[in-house]
Write a protein that binds this ligand. Structure first.
Ligand code: FAD
Length: 354
């Protein structure tokens, strides 16, 4: 990782910043900057804010396919999560955790409190996006894939996939995973590009299954179990969406997260066969006499850049040319790391400590 250089300029209400990526880190950074009067323009290629905290809305159920739950360790993040709880977009979950192997199911408690978005994981990023977009000095533009940066005498310009040019901006923050960030900055900033190249990402497949009826009860397992960590070569975690706060009215649906090694080996497979293999892995962990309810829907989503191959040792990076990077990849691989990274970059760029 490169050494941090002095901040190129301390941003104030005289400056404008483009943020690429409306995941948690980009939104956290946007709030810090806009709160200090900086003019913030946030862009995301997706239809909604959220990134890897997105939820998939189907007619019968809403499914979390990325982060299922998160932990809180840092005091500042704890205060933020308490704010989100008061705003009604976060609740504690899961409280009924199991682990499963060929030898059966056992409870899996570690006394660590976990949280999830309510009524879906993306409620957190939706709340942050709505409150940011409501500020007079901030704007979020969705469905806008930034494909190139250009440095002009007036500042940085962004080109999107329609050919539209945005800017100029005094600074560009990229909160996309390192391979996607690298594609934008490689020609402008070799030091940051090298940091991205040194931060390879691992893929992860997630599947979802919606059932007609609840899963049948299992001996010695709470009927309202929330998650099961699988000791299985294909499946890593199964989580029941309708046990999450605010989704009790939905039919039974489970999210199935694949093992990272298996995902890397199958990253180019087709989603139908991946969904089927993840379902078979889950079924193999149920007692032999279990009658699975009818399946209404089965599908899979590929996260090509799900998490860094190893934890980083920096929260964010920036260069004197007015480019900066944030996101979970430079700090860790968790929701908390993403929020801290964006929040700390926003504070650093406006000359505040954290
Ligand atoms: C399957 C899975 C399970 C997980 N489970 C957990 C868990 O249990 N607990 C936990 O704490 N964390 C978990 N995580 C990690 C957590 O989701 C991430 O740490 C966090 O969401 C990362 O946020 P971010 O803002 O850094 O990046 P992202 O959420 O990836 O945001 C980046 C954004 O940039 C956008 N973007 C990229 N390129 C461009 C471009 N060129 N133009 C415009 N927009 C662009 C993307 O659309 C995206 O919205 C999980 C992740 C996955 C994938």
């Amino acid at each position: 990782m490169p050494e941090q250089l002095p901040v190129p300029l301390t941003l104030s209400d005289a400056h404008s910043v483009a943020i690429i990526g409306a995941g948690l880190s980009g939104l956290a950074c946007g709030h810090q900057l806009a709160g200090q009067g900086v003019k913030v323009s946030l862009f995301d290629k997706a239809r909604g804010a959220g990134g890897r905290m997105s939820s998939k809305r189907r007619p019968l159920a809403t499914l979390d396919l990325g982060a299922q739950a998160f932990t809180v360790r840092h005091d500042r993040f704890a205060n933020k999560v308490a704010e989100w709880q008061s705003a009604g977009c976060v609740a504690t979950w899961p409280t009924s955790r199991y682990q499963a192997s060929a030898s059966g199911w056992q409870t899996h408690d570690d006394d660590q409190l976990r949280y999830t978005g309510t009524p879906r994981m993306s409620s957190i990023t939706r709340h942050l996006a709505d409150t940011l977009d409501a500020l007079p000095n901030a704007a979020i533009t969705l469905e806008t894939h930034i494909i190139a940066l250009n440095k002009t005498v007036a500042g940085w310009q962004l080109q999107d996939h329609h050919g539209t040019i945005h800017g100029p901006f005094d600074m560009v923050v990229i909160s996309a995973p390192p391979p996607q960030a690298n594609a934008l900055l490689a020609e402008w900033e070799p030091t940051l590009a090298a940091a991205c190249e040194a931060n390879p990402q691992r893929g992860c497949w997630s599947a979802w299954v919606i059932f007609e009826q609840p899963l049948p009860p299992m001996a010695k397992v709470a009927s309202a179990w929330h998650t099961v960590h699988a000791q299985h070569p294909v499946l890593r975690l199964a989580s029941r969406n309708h046990t999450k706060p605010g989704r009790e009215h939905q039919p039974e649906s489970i999210s199935l997260l694949a093992q990272l090694d298996w995902s890397d080996d199958h990253i180019e497979s087709d989603s139908e066969s991946v969904a089927q293999q993840l379902l078979e892995a889950f079924v193999s962990l149920l007692p032999g006499n279990t009658n699975l309810p009818n399946i209404i829907e089965l599908g899979a989503h590929r996260w090509r850049y799900a998490q860094p191959a190893q934890a980083g040792n920096q929260s964010y990076l920036y260069s004197t040319r007015g480019l900066a990077l944030c996101g979970d990849s430079f700090k860790g691989s968790r929701v908390e790391d993403a929020w801290l990274s964006g929040d700390e970059l926003g504070r650093a760029l406006t000359g505040r400590s954290f």
